[in-house]
Design a binder for this molecule. Structure first.
Ligand code: C2E
Ligand code: MG
Ligand code: MG
Length: 732
């Protein structure tokens, strides 16, 4: 009887789904009168139904009003009878991965709404064996003449093999077959979905674009299979670092994208970016060989940097481009002046080419001092460029630009030649250090250049110190080894510069015979302050270098407290502002002529956190009134602000640094129109040498905040006097 009821229900259904139609069940409408003879309609229908069930194309099911199974065709499962009495939802579940149904309404919802179900793919979980079975389920609510719901009547068929194939195809369409990461298609869909969900509620979402540095070299020198293997290993490392904080895809080639839903903290994003770059930059073992690559990374955060996928990716791409140009191995956050920066770079590159041709570049020399007797034992040559319109441009800006365009090769050769010529005028026991860019070092003509130069100038090779950074090792190891032994046989001295800044593998010390280590400035900067470990690290580096027969120079000593610490730690050679800044050759000559080759230390007694001189218009919000002022200097923990009279010490303010960055601050000094503030939460690095707040307010929130602080509101009373600030863009 139940079976007949099911048929009745199905016959009323406008569409039966594919199997239903094939079986032509709709032909078996209920008989108007009951005739039980073997040829009666009802008997025929009964036998067709039996045969249908036995054929196993599909089977029938029904539930009662409470959702419990009241009938299941025997063919549904070896223990079909045992299913009767169980609720339908306890023996099936929908597939969260179903490529067609991801946005569909949940099954339980559909059943409780008594909706019609058509070919819904479900997993059958009621079988005794754990063989994965997939069903296509159709059903129709059975409504009694009085309108009461009496359960479902339905049909189902096993679609396991076709559904499995479909899932695999869909996986292939969403995953990158080489690395197993998501592919571009999937990332696009995810990003659209996340942004659409976040837009109305103003939530933030970060996007990182990561690009490998020097991947092409690995591909070219070690072959494509090695390149593929490298990409797989990179993907594993990225996955490990990222964990469940976001989703990661390979967009093609050596380009990766990471989506960080619901993240707004730029401090966390920066930490993650640095960690990702660090992990990718560790050496790889491929076919028993070593490969080293690097990575650059750009970050954009919705909604500030774009609230559509296209806008957000364009911002992240621009940040990536800036990171690559900034010397690689870096991350950058998007900021609106990056566009400008890209343009500036190409202008600067052309200007630099001109400057080199017109002999407008200069070398300055910073003394390296022996602590025993304060005697100058050498000078480091540092390039200086005084741009006719822009003034002094630091080497940290123009060297990466020159590296990008290979202009560094003639530029570096010029510096090397000039430094050797200058050093010839100094006493025999004074050495000259020259910085060599990895690009210049990798240039095939480099060894010849050094050989010719020594020959032509007549400078004793042991007076020339080539300062290399560990980036020179980021290439084919055989070539690096050859270059090292050629230089050693020339007799020049080799220095490993900025030791401790990057990854500083001890292997570099083992494989290459350096004469000297220069301890990176960052350790000295913190050794006298909060960071106890810096002092220990400096001490360990000195001991290590001693054991390997290398000299050490400690860079960046500025204050007496730092000098005392490094002296106690066993430092013998120091280079830093406490002795002298880099000076022009004329000044070096003047000192030499007066026979003054000793320098007394001179500097502040204590090291202070670095404050950067800036000239930046900022907003200052106090009790809902907004003032315009000028920021004069900025550090991680505070700022000096010019333009407000009569602000008492202890006042709470909010400094609006622009772009949704609000810093809650306390006034700690007040003198005339100048106030000093401390930030409640320290700023963080923006990845490009600047500082930014951890969090930003969305543009909508900013609009609300500025309306509230417009001064028109009842509380927006002005309490301090705004004075005009005359300012120049002087960099102090
Ligand atoms: P570097 O080789 O590590 O040079 C030391 C840097 O530290 C110099 O910056 C120097 O002025 C600075 N410095 C020295 N003492 C102190 C101190 O006590 N406190 C602080 N805060 N800084 C100190 P500079 O001249 O701006 O050069 C930056 C970098 O640019 C150099 O780092 C080097 O990597 C590169 N560079 C400079 N000249 C050349 C060059 O001729 N060729 C190449 N390839 N790179 C160069
Ligand atoms: Mg150097
Ligand atoms: Mg250095």
């Amino acid at each position: 009887m139940v079976v007949r009821g099911i048929l009745k229900g199905l016959a009323r259904a406008p569409s039966l789904g594919r199997i239903g139609e094939k079986a032509q069940l709709s032909a078996f409408a209920p008989a108007p009168s009951v005739d039980l003879s073997p040829h009666s309609d009802l008997a025929v229908r009964q036998s067709v139904l039996d045969e249908f069930e036995q054929a196993g194309f599909a089977w029938l099911w029904s539930t009662d009003a409470k959702g419990r199974l009241s009938y299941v065709s025997p063919g549904a499962s070896p223990d079909a009878a045992a299913l009767v009495g169980k609720t339908l939802t306890s023996v099936i579940e929908t597939d969260p991965e179903n490529p067609d149904e991801r946005s569909g309404r949940p099954l339980t919802f559909q059943l409780s709404a008594h909706s019609r179900i058509t070919d819904l793919i479900v997993r059958f979980t009621g079988a005794a064996c754990d063989d994965l079975r997939w069903w296509a389920l159709s059903g129709q609510p059975h409504i009694l003449p009085d309108g009461a719901f009496a359960g479902y009547r339905g049909i189902a068929r096993d679609v396991t093999s076709e559904y499995r194939r479909k899932r695999e195809d869909s996986r292939a369409a969403e995953f990158d077959s080489l690395t197993g990461l998501f592919n571009r298609h999937r990332m696009t869909r995810r990003m659209d979905a996340v942004l659409a969900a976040y837009r109305p509620i103003g939530r933030c979402c970060g996007v990182m674009m990561l690009d490998l540095d020097r991947f092409k070299q690995v591909n070219d020198t070690m072959g494509h299979p090695a390149g593929d293997e490298l990409l797989r290993q990179v993907a594993d490392r990225l996955r490990t670092v990222l964990g469940d904080r976001g989703e990661i895809g390979r967009l093609g080639g050596d380009e990766f994208q990471i989506l960080l839903p619901n993240l707004d903290d730029r401090g966390q994003m920066g930490d993650l970016a640095a960690k990702l770059i660090q992990m990718v930059s560790q050496p790889y073992a491929i076919d028993g060989k070593r490969a080293v690559i690097g990575a650059s990374l750009g970050i954009a955060v919705a909604p500030h940097d774009g609230d559509t996928r296209e806008a957000l990716i364009a911002s992240a791409d621009l940040a990536l481009y800036a990171a690559k140009n900034g010397g690689r191995g870096q991350f950058r956050f998007f900021s609106s002046d990056l566009q400008d920066e890209a343009l500036q770079r190409s202008v600067l590159n052309n200007d630099l080419r001109d400057a080199l041709a017109k002999d407008e570049l200069e070398l300055h020399y910073q003394p390296v001092v022996r602590l025993d007797d304060n005697a100058v034992i050498g000078f480091e040559a540092l390039m200086r460029w005084n741009h006719p319109e822009r003034g002094a441009i630091p080497p940290s800006v123009f060297i990466p630009i020159a590296e990008e365009s290979n202009l560094i090769v003639p530029l570096g050769d010029w510096a090397l030649r000039q430094a050797c010529m200058d050093a010839l005028q100094w006493p025999e026991n004074v050495r000259v250090g020259v910085n060599i860019s990895p690009v210049q070092f990798a240039n095939p003509g480099f060894i010849t250049t050094v050989t010719d130069l020594l020959e032509q100038s007549g400078l004793k090779p042991q007076r020339l110190e080539l300062e290399l950074t560990e980036n020179v090792f980021m290439r084919d190891t055989d070539l690096v080894d050859e270059a090292f032994s050629a230089l050693k046989s020339l007799g020049v001295r080799l220095t490993l510069d900025d030791f401790g800044r990057g990854y500083s593998s001890l292997r570099y010390l083992q494989s290459a015979s350096f004469d000297k280590l220069k301890v990176d400035r960052s350790f000295v900067a913190t050794c006298a302050a909060e960071d106890q470990n810096s002092a220990k690290i400096i001490s360990a580096i000195i001991v290590l270098a001693d054991a390997l027969g290398m000299e050490t120079t400690i860079e960046g000593v500025e204050a007496f407290d730092q000098l005392e610490i490094v002296r106690e730690l066993g430092a013998r050679h120091v280079q830093g502002h406490i002795f002298a800044n880099a000076m022009p050759m004329s000044e070096v000559n003047r000192r030499m002529e007066s026979g003054d080759l000793k320098i007394e230390p001179n500097g502040p007694s204590r090291h202070r956190i670095e404050r950067r001189a800036v000239f930046r218009r900022v907003g200052v919000i106090h009790e809902d009134h907004r003032y315009e002022a000028v920021m004069r200097d900025l550090s991680r923990v505070g700022a000096r602000i010019d333009g407000l009279l009569g602000v008492p010490v202890g006042t709470n303010l909010i400094v609006d640094l622009g772009g949704g960055q609000l810093a809650v601050s306390l006034v700690t000094r007040s003198k005339g129109p100048m106030i000093g503030v401390e930030f409640e939460t320290p700023l963080i690095s923006d990845g490009s040498g600047g500082l930014c707040t951890r969090h930003r307010l969305s543009p909508q929130m900013m609009a609300m905040a500025s309306a509230a602080a417009s001064g028109d509101g009842p509380k927006g009373r002005q309490q301090f006097m705004e004075v005009a600030v005359r300012g120049s863009r002087d960099h102090g």
